[in-house]
Design a protein around this ligand. Sequence first.
Ligand code: ADP
Length: 188
Amino acid sequence: MFNLILFGPPGSGKGTQSVKIAEKYQLKHVSTGDILRAEVKNETELGIKARDIMERGELVPDELLIQILHSVMENNKDVKGFIFDGFPRTIVQAGALDKLMTKLNVGISNVISLDVADEEVIARLLKRAEIESRKDDNKETINNRLSVYKNQTSPLLDYYTKQDKLIKIVGVGSIDDIFNSICEKLDK
Ligand code: ADP
């Protein structure tokens, strides 16, 4: 199996690049943000628990994400691999993912980290707010999401560096240029 994690702050282009990577390497794209938004929209038990937390830009509790992870793996047994977008976001989630991978006798091949400066992601998210209507794309929530990223998610960079899996990519430039630099590293 070829399993990847796409890592980066909100607005770094994880979603856009994940779709392209999934297509090229024929991987199942797993965006926990998209999954959660669908749960909110369908007013499921999970969605009801997640809604207010997401609107504030905070993290949905780990146990709910682990529940999502288990059902994704359960329902996609025949795929060539996964690209995880927006997951894991905490050390607890990363540990759960490692544990599950070990149990299935597979592993994470690489973690791609998209590097984009704060000012740039803020500008992108504010622009997206004008086009789409995501409830979490407003000034206050954006700042909160960035600090949540710094405090709770960025420690994972160290976690995966220690496992020698981290690939750093400059996430500024055209979509295709960024995609090409990702592929170049993955194909090595
Ligand atoms: P972005 O990376 O642009 O902030 P996402 O679509 O990945 O957006 O996530 C939107 C929101 O969904 C997050 O702010 C958080 O509340 C929730 N969420 C998504 N993935 C996770 C996760 N792995 N752990 C906890 N919460 C998550």
